[in-house]
Design a protein around this ligand. Structure first.
Ligand code: SAH
Length: 218
């Protein structure tokens, strides 16, 4: 592993381990998720000037008006999506810097992730390659309509908030699959959508704050 990946001081494995303990204290109980969070060096996904805050439990700017999600939220969404089981194929809408996709790559066989801002897509690509993560397929596109060509997915995760659930997107969920997404405009909540033979079931989870889902490419 190269030195930057290994980290020192505020980016060291010890600092990362403290974050994992904090996530555990905040209620993340899935050991597979905690192990994945411990494995992925979050400081590599953000600007070096912010690296000392990489293992604080906060969201941070990544440019273009976007943010890297708070570690607790990444862990929580991954835990809800996994539901204690190994995931096959997962779709993410909103790659951003690629951190959530990297965490997913440790708990799923294959990850597909869509981003509408080209420089973010390119940077995420470079970072994932640098970390030798090869089971994440990135695409530069408007993810509003999902990615039908690789559907159905065992899991779908949205890291930007839509006012309502898209029927096109939920149709890409496999029977037995789960989708986790923030919804709402002024006030946002995390939702779990489960699909079975009879249809879809929606459960409202906690209040959250995400950047909005936007249309078109940039
Ligand atoms: N997953 C990221 C969070 C990124 S923030 C992480 O690991 O921290 C949400 C991202 O969603 C932003 O990069 C934003 O550009 C993207 N986004 C918003 N609307 C989108 C759309 N329609 N299609 C694809 N990506 C979108």
């Amino acid at each position: 592993m190269n030195l930057r990946h290994a980290g020192i001081g505020m980016t060291s494995p010890r600092t990362r381990a403290r974050l994992i303990e904090r996530l555990r204290a905040e209620g993340i109980a899935d050991e597979t998720v905690l192990a994945a969070m411990n494995e992925v060096p979050r400081h590599i996904f953000i600007d070096e000037a912010l690296a000392t805050r990489a293992y604080d439990d906060v969201s941070l700017p990544i440019g273009h008006g976007q943010t890297i999600s708070q570690p607790y939220i990444v862990a929580r969404m991954t835990e809800v999506l996994r539901n204690g089981k190994q995931l096959g194929r997962v779709l993410e809408i909103g790659t951003g810097c690629g951190y959530q996709a990297a965490v997913l790559s440790k708990v799923a066989k294959e990850v597909y992730s869509v981003e509408r801002i080209q420089p973010l897509y390119e940077r995420a690509r470079k970072t994932l390659r640098e970390l030798k993560i090869f089971n994440v397929n990135l695409r530069y596109a408007d993810g509003t309509a999902g990615m039908p060509d690789a559907a159905p997915y065992d899991g779908i995760i949205m890291t930007c908030a839509a006012p309502a659930l898209s029927a096109v997107l939920r149709e890409q969920l496999a029977v037995g699959g789960r989708m986790v997404l923030p919804m709402g405009t002024q006030e946002q909540f995390l939702y779990l959508i489960e699909r079975d033979e009879n249809g879809f079931r929606e459960t409202r989870l906690e209040a959250v704050r995400f950047v909005p889902l936007l249309m078109g490419k940039q």
